[in-house]
Design a protein around this ligand. Structure first.
Ligand SMILES: [Zn+2]
Length: 102
């Protein structure tokens, strides 16, 4: 079975080593020891850190987007099943994919 690509490899949670400002709202101060959401962005993989308050908003948006994508795929998949274009083996594989990755 092919390896599943980690599409969130540029996203992580880490502990701030020093004081810094939140990238989303510079008025938010991140203190050493705070948990931060770190996202590597751009061709140079520059790290942007977000405070927990902003991280929560970002993650809610991302979660909703993933939910929408999953629903769209489910509808496409159901459509294929109803037309008989997929066989049961495909269904089992897709079921494993969904349970293992979301
Ligand atoms: Zn913030």
């Amino acid at each position: 079975m092919p390896k599943t690509r980690d599409v969130l490899s540029h996203v992580a949670v880490s502990t701030a080593k020093g004081r810094r400002r939140c990238f989303r709202n510079p008025a938010h101060i991140i203190k050493a020891g705070d948990q931060v959401l770190t996202i590597k962005i751009g061709p140079d993989n520059s790290k942007h850190s977000y405070c927990s308050k902003c991280a929560q908003k970002i993650l809610v948006t991302v979660t909703n987007r993933l939910h929408d994508i999953t629903e769209t795929l489910d509808q496409s998949f159901a459509s294929l099943l109803s037309t008989g274009e997929m066989v049961s083996k495909d269904y089992e594989q897709r079921d494993v994919w969904t349970r293992g990755n979301l």
